[in-house]
Design a protein around this ligand. Structure first.
Ligand SMILES: Nc1nc2c(ncn2[C@@H]2O[C@H](COP(=O)(O)OP(=O)(O)OP(=O)(O)O)[C@@H](O)[C@H]2O)c(=O)[nH]1
Ligand SMILES: [Mg+2]
Length: 173
């Protein structure tokens, strides 16, 4: 394609947050209630218009979290997925892991998109509470956005994709 653009992004977050579900939806339009935990990582390509996004989807279990930084190096954006229903109490751990990751010197300045997913589940909290709980307002050295999404009901998937496409390096081919 003459005017095609390419970018790479990395999707991280705790186990069963909904990372692979989102990536599958973006790459193939499919959602499944039954999912197998990601062992290591997956790579998927997502196409939107003339843009191809190479997506690294990394396992969220504790034993895979030390891989996050390596796969986040050099990407155009880091996507951190967190599930928002209040019963998901790993807020504190997710917040800790997020801040530890973005404090890595090699990841300085990389744009961050926090996706609060599973907003179709009753009692899911909104973006304002996610921003406060995860202290996203204290992150100052990079671009940060946060959307409330549902892969299951395909809510805000379009804005998510637009945000990602807009991160493609200027003039990239
Ligand atoms: N209700 C609802 N369930 C979801 C949504 N997204 C994902 N799930 C469910 O959450 C579970 C875990 O989803 P995965 O996408 O495998 O989670 P993951 O973050 O890739 O997990 P790891 O690979 O272990 O790190 C599955 O049962 C999904 O069906 C959503 O938007 N709404
Ligand atoms: Mg997964």
């Amino acid at each position: 394609l003459l005017f095609s653009k390419h970018l790479e992004i990395c999707v991280v977050g705790l186990q069963s947050a909904g990372k692979t579900s989102l990536v599958n939806l973006l790459s193939s339009g499919q959602f499944a209630d039954e999912m197998v935990p990601t062992v290591g990582f997956n790579m998927r390509k997502v196409r939107s218009g003339n843009t191809t996004i190479k997506v690294w989807d990394i396992g969220g279990q504790p034993r895979f979290r030390n891989m996050w930084e390596r796969y986040c190096r050099g990407v155009s954006a880091i996507v951190f997925v967190v599930e928002t229903p209040p019963s998901s109490d790993p807020w504190a751990i997710a917040t800790e892991e997020l801040h530890a990751l973005i404090e890595r010197p090699h990841l300085a300045g990389v744009p961050l998109l926090v996706l609060a997913t599973k907003n179709d589940i009753k009692g899911a909290v909104g973006v304002d509470q996610v921003i406060r709980t995860m202290r996203l307002d204290t992150i100052s050295n990079r671009e940060v956005s946060c959307y409330s999404i549902s892969s299951k009901n395909q809510v805000n998937i379009d804005v998510t994709l637009r945000w990602l496409v807009a991160r493609s390096p200027a003039g990239s081919r």
